[in-house]
Design a protein around this ligand. Structure first.
Ligand code: TRP
Length: 328
């Protein structure tokens, strides 16, 4: 089967994936495998720009690998690997840094935000984050990069770095990647306000037990205007309703929509129904995940095999890169 092109994406090893990670990225990674040659990387080196205590880094990387595999990443076709297992990326990062204007890096909103969040640790790696990201992508001559809209400036920046490199060394070894955004709904946390994220503790992990899932779902904030059970609700501003649209059969979504507006269904029952549907949807995922978790050696072997295949592509690119620079 011939595929349309090469896809690359990186995901940070934040530990167990949550619904936001799944709906925003992983689900799309899985779907892209049908049409593209895919390379997915757990970016442990990027994590070092913000994570000072590396005690959990190994475990968090393993958990992310479990979630990716249990979600349907097929490691026989797709290359799934850990960033630090392919050290060529660090070498390419250094070469790319020579054609990257420092001022542009420190002007990026993503850098400024991180610097605000961790003023005690504004490290050199944090400044170079987008350069390492560019190295990730171009090391594999990737054409398409599926990412959320928040990463758009980084992909645009990657394209500029590629152009500068190719121009400076009068070559075309590096390929300008394209960003591939998918219109995923912005997944809000259980607070119904902020984007779902582990650091805000407003997330729902995929690997929770059904009972833990139910407890998290029951904490979800609904339409804030609806105080009493007898008040009519507005599904248009309710985060639980937007989740129903993803996990609940269409007939039921329509019924909830009407009944909520005339106070025919209360928020408690609406959330119970969502928890049931979510748990049902996650059942196969959880079964696969438990099976993989019981065979950690097999998971590590998959990552090793991914790294081996990734290194072959990486070393080929690096030979071309070194020649283009005319390194002695
Ligand atoms: N910066 C991305 C994020 O925060 C992760 C990432 C690292 C990435 N390298 C990448 C994404 C390369 C796409 C391509 O989510």
């Amino acid at each position: 089967m011939s595929k349309k092109g090469r896809v690359f994406s990186g995901i940070r090893p934040t530990g167990r994936a949550h619904l936001g990670n799944y709906l925003g990225a992983i689900k799309n990674y899985v779907a892209l495998q049908d049409d593209y040659e895919c390379i997915y990387c757990i970016v442990d080196v990027h994590a070092l720009t913000t994570v000072e205590d590396t005690l959990n880094l190994r475990q968090n990387t393993f958990e992310m690998a479990l979630d990716l595999l249990a979600s349907g990443i097929r490691p026989d076709e797709t290359i799934l690997f850990v960033q630090s297992h392919v050290p060529q990326v660090m070498e390419l990062h250094t070469y790319l840094s020579m054609v990257t204007p420092l001022g542009k890096l420190t002007d990026l909103p993503t850098f400024k935000e991180k610097a605000r969040q961790q003023p005690h640790n504004v490290n050199y790696g944090l400044v170079g984050y987008p350069v390492l990201m560019t190295a990730d992508i171009v090391l594999y001559k990737s054409e398409l990069v599926p990412v959320g809209i928040d990463q758009a400036p980084h992909i645009e920046f990657a394209r500029e770095i590629v152009r500068s490199f190719n121009y400076r060394y009068n070559t075309n070894v590096l390929i300008e990647p394209q960003m591939k955004t998918t219109d995923v709904p912005k997944v809000l946390g259980i607070d119904g306000k902020e984007k779902m994220s582990k650091s805000l503790d407003n997330h729902i992990e995929l690997a929770l037990t059904p009972e833990e899932t139910r407890q998290r779902v029951m904490m979800m904030v609904t339409d804030p205007q609806r105080i009493k059970r007898s008040d009519p609700g507005n599904p248009d501003v309710c985060n639980v309703f937007s989740m129903h649209k993803i996990f609940t059969p269409p007939e039921d979504v329509e019924r909830i929509n009407t009944e909520c507006r005339r106070a025919g269904i209360g928020c408690v029952d609406c959330k119970k129904l969502f928890a049931e549907n979510l748990n049902r949807a996650l059942e196969p995922f959880r079964a696969r995940r438990a099976e993989l978790a019981s065979q950690p050696d097999q998971v590590y072997a998959i990552l090793e095999d991914g790294a081996r295949r990734a290194r072959m592509i990486a070393e080929q690119t690096m030979q071309e890169v070194r020649a283009a620079i005319q390194l002695p």
